[in-house]
Design a protein around this ligand. Structure first.
Ligand code: ATR
Length: 283
């Protein structure tokens, strides 16, 4: 990478931001197609969010990813927000289009595309989502937009599960109910089971959001966590030979969509995967 006076700047804002893989990913992608661009992480406190967004315009930063805790709050500072991002209620990608700040959400397509790539049919299926936070909402919207028949939302906080299920029913017209984790024991069969909680994420790798007896009911199991590569939750699926997927493909796909929004082209996923492998992020 040769930074000079013509280098375009991209980045990610969030807090904390130290563990993000995005700088590695996007810088590798820029380099792979010889773009004179650089991607930097910015640790932005909530009280500085507005100034940071104004700074994108003032400094002529070309594009920005947005992560926790700013994905929702950032929307009010943008000039345009896509319909999909509005539906999800969160923006993870900003494009500076000649001084007009446009907001998009690539998490949803990142998720639905990873299902497609692995041949997982969503249409007409029933899904169980564990979690009811911002990421769970994106997953619920994604499943709804790809034709899921029904969604069951289980969450520790009953109120959040209720709010999300009402939101999905009212805005996407999908049959959606909320339950407790205990209620999941009553289910006979689950087509698609998705963990969208942070339970099991490194360093708490000995935890799973649900027990093995719930996981065995599923035909397909997805964990959006990618660190560790195989959570305890996924290891239950593996043990019973149930098809399963971790969050790595979603991460790569959402990054690729952001990259396309900024540059007009996709990066080559295999090149990026090889670079991450060399750095030991992928086995
Ligand atoms: P994100 O934007 O990543 O979804 P979030 O909005 O903080 O982050 O949501 C985190 C999710 O993980 C929530 O569903 C949360 O459950 P609560 O709504 O009950 O807080 C879930 N979660 C986090 N830690 C948990 C734990 N120890 N046990 C069960 N659920 C947990």
């Amino acid at each position: 990478m040769h930074v000079n006076a013509k280098t375009d700047i991209y980045g990610i804002i969030g807090h904390p931001i130290g563990h993000s893989l995005s700088p590695l990913l996007h810088n590798a992608a820029f380099e792979s197609i010889n773009l004179n661009s650089v991607y930097i992480s910015f640790d932005v406190y909530e009280e500085n969010l507005k100034d940071a967004i104004l700074g994108i315009k003032a400094l002529g930063i070309k594009g920005m990813n947005v992560t926790v805790p700013h994905k929702e709050n950032v929307m009010k500072y943008l000039d345009y927000v896509s319909d999909e991002a509005k539906l999800i209620g969160a923006v993870n990608t900003i494009k500076n289009n000649n001084g007009i700040l446009e907001g998009y959400n690539t998490d949803v397509t990142g998720f639905t595309e990873s299902l497609k790539e692995h041949g997982i049919e969503v249409e007409g299926k029933n899904a169980v989502i564990l979690g009811a936070g911002g990421a769970a909402r994106a997953i619920a919207v994604g499943l709804s937009l790809t034709g899921v028949r029904s969604i069951i939302i289980a969450n520790r906080s009953k109120e959040k599960a209720r709010n999300l299920s009402i939101y999905i029913k009212n805005n996407l017209g999908i049959n959606c109910i909320d339950v407790t984790y205990n209620d999941l024991n009553q289910l006979e069969e689950i087509d698609i089971l998705v963990n969208v909680t942070s339970v099991g994420m490194s360093p708490n790798i000995n935890l799973s959001p649900v027990d093995e007896n719930v996981v065995v009911k599923a035909k397909f199991v997805y964990d959006i966590i990618y660190n560790p590569e195989k959570t305890l939750f996924l290891s239950y699926a593996e043990k019973h030979k149930i098809r399963n997927l971790n969050g790595f493909d979603m991460l790569i796909n959402q990054a690729n969509h952001s990259f396309k929004i900024w540059t007009g082209v996709n990066f080559n996923k295999n090149i990026i995967l090889n670079i991450l492998k060399k750095k030991d992020f992928v086995k």
